[in-house]
Write a protein that binds this ligand. Sequence first.
Ligand code: CMP
Length: 177
Amino acid sequence: MLTCCVEQTFGVALSADERCFSGIRCGCILGSMSTVGPGLFAIGDDWVPVLKPLPLFEGMSSRHLRRIPAKARRFQPGEAIVRAGDPGSGFYMILDGEVRVDPPEGRPVVLKAGDYFGEMALLDGAPRSADITALGEVTVMVIARAAFSKLLRSEPQIAQVLLRTLAGRLRAAEKQF
Ligand code: CMP
């Protein structure tokens, strides 16, 4: 059976109606999002099965997931998603596609669906630490700064997962020097 990219990358089974970022069957999750601005979509109930298996949201009930005030945004190949030095306005989870992280020092890093970025500037209030560019067409889920802080307070296990990721990225960076 053909599976769509959401199923492949997140390992979730979607119903036929939910299927198809990849165009295998239209009427997909993204198609069902309501447009709320240029390249910006509201995330509806359809995303719960996609977000639920992600380690970041481990243990969160469907009711709580549905309440995450997130928007989806699409970026074109080569488009800048985050620029080093800018103030941090949101947290990003990659739903589809790949991005390249270019830290000011060290090697570029590729992040893929299920990975997230933009947490650092939100956690410490410092400017963005790296440029992030869409490698192909990319769809991300964006949680605005205030909503992200509120989410961390209400779902403290998310902070644990973020800390694990930060520690991993620090170790990987240390290995380069
Ligand atoms: P922030 O500084 O808010 O914006 C840029 C983001 O790039 C940063 O948060 C991290 O999420 C991500 N980032 C920075 N350096 C690395 C790295 N070495 N590996 C992976 N991601 C990184």
